[in-house]
Design a protein around this ligand. Structure first.
Ligand code: HXC
Length: 258
């Protein structure tokens, strides 16, 4: 499928989705976010995709929601459209693993989009921020909630109240990103991580996502119970038998997503 604001390539079981509005540092407008929702839905359905990587350009993952598009909107329009709610929920509905490969600016909605992915690999040029306060608004697609869970209250308040940017080293130190790599290696490293994930059983990867995401939604006791039940349930799959047999037979497992 051809998109106006995205470039999508599928190769070796990895869907690489590149945000592509170079003139606006990949600012997230309605077109881009609705195309992203469609692309994620398509990748989720496509048997030739086992992991998704979302990336931007070298200069910007995304510099936030499109300020030109939003600036003149009224409350009635924002509320009536439920601005970006459906589009941003699409990423939460995606069951296959999603890696954000971030180079340059990931600001406002761009930082929020990266945080909504399953994990973030950053280039050493990455800059994260929630500068909405400079525009007289707050984050609108999860930033106050997700950044606080990632980096704790003090740093999250600092970022949201001052609007300052965090560099890649600070982002790694604070637990916002899983790894930092040299800018020139970003896509290679993201694809390597995606290829590792693509080797696993898709059933198990989806189960991991459900379990880890549950930790944000519930108490420790309930989360542990949920995890235990999922663990038990996976013994109904052929992939559990194959994974354990392969270990015992000292060979690589051949998972079949069953
Ligand atoms: C629209 C944007 C944009 C944005 C950059 N551009 N960010 N357009 N919306 N968020 C455009 C600029 O207008 C400019 O277009 C071109 O991209 C290049 O940007 P420059 O500012 O010239 O580049 P530079 O000087 O390198 O500065 C980079 C920057 C700065 C620091 C990232 O662009 C910036 O501060 N952008 C805004 C960041 C921001 O406030 N994000 C939060 C948005 S609110 P022209 O046509 O002039 O060349 C948000 C809310 C999310 O995200 C919740 C939604 C529900």
């Amino acid at each position: 499928m051809a998109y106006e604001t995205l470039i999508v390539e599928i190769e070796d079981y990895i869907a690489l989705i590149r945000l592509n509005r170079p003139d606006a540092l990949n600012a997230l407008n309605s077109k881009l976010l609705s195309e992203l929702a469609v692309a994620l839905g398509e990748a989720d359905k496509d048997d030739s995709v086992r992991c998704i990587v979302i990336t931007g350009s070298e200069k910007a993952f995304a510099a936030g929601a499109d300020i030109k598009e939003m600036s003149e909107k009224s409350f009635v329009e924002m509320f009536g459209e439920d601005f970006f709610a459906r589009e941003s929920d699409a990423i939460m509905r995606t069951r296959k693993p999603i890696i954000a490969a971030v180079s340059g600016y990931a600001l406002g909605g761009g930082c929020e989009l990266a945080m909504a992915c399953d994990f973030i690999i950053a280039s050493d040029t990455a800059k994260f921020g929630q500068p909405e306060i400079n525009l007289g608004v707050v984050a609108g697609i999860g930033g106050t909630q997700r950044l606080t869970r990632f980096v704790g209250k003090s740093k999250s308040m600092d970022m949201h109240l001052t609007g300052r940017f965090m560099d890649a080293a600070e982002a790694e130190r604070s637990g916002l990103v899983s790894r930092v790599v040299p800018a020139k290696d970003l896509l290679t490293e993201a694809k390597k991580a995606a290829a590792k994930i693509a080797e696993k059983s898709m059933l198990t990867s989806m189960a991991v996502k459900e379990c880890v995401n549950r930790s944000y939604e519930t108490t420790l006791r309930e989360g542990i119970l949920f995890e235990r039940r999922v663990f038990h349930a996976l013994f109904a799959t052929e992939d559990q038998k194959e994974g354990m047999a392969a270990f015992l037979e000292k060979r690589q497992p051949q998972f079949r997503d069953r």
